[in-house]
Design a protein around this ligand. Structure first.
Ligand code: AMP
Length: 417
């Protein structure tokens, strides 16, 4: 199938062509016709499948078919994303694909000044991309209203729930007009997601591209067994030996992301850390440097890395395995994207054997355990419990009830992202 078979108008086809896309990806092929029909949709698609263009292109097409109101035009499309980085990336996609159309879009998220956002909203916006916390701030200040929303997109809904946004989402939905088109994207289907879908979507078209909880076939996944204390040294060694460039390294905690970045810089490999304690400016700069190739390694926590759009990322290294198995699937989704091959290597120590088993169970695949010469694991070491980063809990343990006041919890959550 070609893009020209999808009934998109020429300003969109021109923008797509300029991006160098020749054929729609599977999610685009399936989702675009349903969205153009005005149907609600549930799409099971991970980052890296081309899902952003999959909803942005038909939304722009639908908007271009409706007459714009004279004077101050109301917001007609709301796209909610879990993280600031994802909001920024979706915002960029809307601008890229809509560059030959007259629509205005803006991105609003926390951690940056609210006044420029208020000004942008005053100037009129057709498409609003937002994270829930800041959107609610604007709504409570009366700086925007959602009364004219025609299309509502919930991107990475599973991650929204993981991050505790369910109440915020419901507060936002209560402010939307009841007649609207709803599009929900989620990489996984938990019972909570099913419940959310039932409450939001009306007779949805179902689009499923990557099979549930199976990891991308384009990714060559490997497991190396090594002692915990020697992981960072092995990482440095592997990078130098193979002359790797552009490596995304995952750690479980912010502290470890900083530590690995400091170590690599010390041994002459340029690296930056990206996590919730860094200012928005520092995160944007680290990502831009990484994309431009001026730093070799980006060390990230799961939440910070969620939704990062980095083209053709060749290497993902799990310096530490995630305690939540689904996060493994999200992590390796950074590589082997939209048709490019990638490699995901997990450095696993004795403390993490349980995590590894859970991941293997989830993706229904058993990995060969590799050993690197000079880094042979000491088999006499006994496993020790793993310290989790803040906000994480070991699998299978019940959620701790948080009795802090709601406003405080929200502020803390915003800070920790
Ligand atoms: P997404 O899943 O939306 O994060 O997109 C993943 C990557 O695929 C982005 O870098 C897009 O620029 C790219 N992409 C989207 N659609 C296509 C396409 N039809 N052909 C090639 N690359 C694409």
């Amino acid at each position: 199938m070609l893009f020209s078979d999808l009934h998109l108008s020429s300003p969109l086809l021109k923008a797509v062509q300029e991006e160098g896309y020749t054929h729609p990806t599977p999610v685009q092929e399936k989702a675009i016709p349903y969205i153009l029909q005005g149907r609600d949709m549930l799409a099971g698609a991970q980052t890296g499948t081309g899902k952003t263009a999959g909803f942005t292109l038909p939304i722009l097409e639908l908007l271009s078919k409706q007459p714009r109101m004279k004077g101050k035009n109301p917001i007609r499309v709301l796209i909610l994303t879990p993280t600031r980085e994802l909001a920024a990336q979706v915002g960029e996609s809307v601008k890229t694909y809509g560059k030959y159309l007259p629509f205005k879009s803006t991105v609003i998220f926390g951690g940056v000044g609210i006044n420029p956002q208020i000004q942008a909203l005053r100037n009129g916006v057709d498409i609003l991309i937002a994270t829930p916390g800041r959107l609610l701030d604007h709504l409570s200040q009366g700086t925007l209203d959602l009364k004219h929303i025609d299309i509502f997109v919930l991107d990475e809904a599973d991650r929204m729930l993981d991050m505790g946004f369910i109440k915020d989402i419901r507060r936002v939905i209560a402010l939307l007009p009841s007649k609207r088109q709803n599009l929900l994207f989620s990489a996984t289907y938990s019972d909570d997601i099913k419940k959310l879908c039932e409450s939001i979507l009306k007779n949805p078209a179902i689009v499923e591209v990557a099979k549930r909880n199976t990891s991308s076939e384009l990714v060559n996944q490997r497991v190396i067994i090594v002692d915990c204390k020697r992981k960072t040294a092995l990482l440095g060694e592997l990078i130098k030996k193979h002359r790797w460039e552009q490596i995304l390294v995952f750690t479980r905690t912010k502290h470890h992301a900083n530590k690995v970045s400091d170590y690599l810089n010390k041994i002459g490999i340029s690296a930056s850390a990206i996590h919730g304690n860094k200012s928005q400016g520092a995160r944007t700069k680290a990502l831009a440097d990484f994309k431009a190739g001026s730093i070799t390694v980006l060390a990230a926590t799961d939440i910070a890395a969620r939704g990062l759009d980095i083209d053709q990322l060749p290497h993902v290294i799990n310096l530490e395995l995630p305690n939540i198995s689904e996060d493994y699937v999200h992590r390796i989704g950074r590589t082997g994207r939209a048709g490019n091959n990638g490699e995901a290597i997990s450095l696993v120590c004795v403390d993490e054997f349980e995590y590894l088993k859970n991941i293997e169970k989830l993706i229904n695949r058993k990995f060969e355990r590799e050993i690197v010469e000079g880094f042979e694991p000491d088999l006499t070491i006994k496993p020790e419990p793993i310290q989790q980063g803040r906000g994480q809990r070991p699998q299978g343990q019940p959620k701790r009830r948080d009795n802090a006041p709601r406003e405080y919890v929200e502020k803390r959550r915003e800070r920790n992202r």
